[in-house]
Design a protein around this ligand. Sequence first.
Ligand SMILES: Nc1ncnc2c1ncn2[C@@H]1O[C@H](COP(=O)(O)OP(=O)(O)O)[C@@H](O)[C@H]1O
Ligand SMILES: O=C(O)C1=C[C@@H](OP(=O)(O)O)[C@@H](O)[C@H](O)C1
Ligand SMILES: [Mg+2]
Length: 172
Amino acid sequence: MKKIILLGYMGCGKSTIANKLSQIIQIPFVDLDRKIEEKANLSINAIFEKHGEIYFRKLEHQVFVDLLSSPEIFIIGLGGGTPCYANNHELLNDEGVFSVYLKASIDTLFNRLSTNKSKRPLIAGKSNVEMKEFIATHLFERSFYYNQAQYKVVVDDKTIDVVANDIVAILT
Ligand SMILES: Nc1ncnc2c1ncn2[C@@H]1O[C@H](COP(=O)(O)OP(=O)(O)O)[C@@H](O)[C@H]1O
Ligand SMILES: O=C(O)C1=C[C@@H](OP(=O)(O)O)[C@@H](O)[C@H](O)C1
Ligand SMILES: [Mg+2]
């Protein structure tokens, strides 16, 4: 069995789907953002505010590499930016890893993020109009990195159960 990595843009459902998948296949789930918060003893928002994004990206890389070097098997829900910094995308094809891109359209991301902005420092201060524009550009810039994943699951108009079971089908 390999470690399972879920990746994709903010709001695509990495944390939610990883949690559901963990219940189905009985493998523990680790959310990279929560591990970063534990290590820094600060919330994601506070890390960005106090130390800035570059510091966050260094910590994110360290925590990701540490998790991958662990002998244990788990499901890792990455942060939306994880594959896009510090050559982390190269780790998506490591031998002991099974990586899945949860692909969502701009509309799906916008709908999910417009009610979930406050804990995401990159979009927290934006109006809805600014956010739609931001998601469109940012998703385009990041797609190269997301497409390095071994597998892709489209999540638009699918329930949490359906997405989780799509991943189970790929795994088996
Ligand atoms: N398949 C889905 N259908 C409907 N809502 C979803 C689905 N997946 C995730 N969500 C919702 O979208 C929001 C963002 O999900 P989250 O797991 O935090 O995304 P990520 O970790 O990728 O940023 C949450 O409110 C979550 O409940
Ligand atoms: O896309 C990004 O750069 C980020 C996504 C967040 O994770 P989610 O994708 O779980 O929101 C979190 O790591 C941080 O706010 C930065
Ligand atoms: Mg998340």
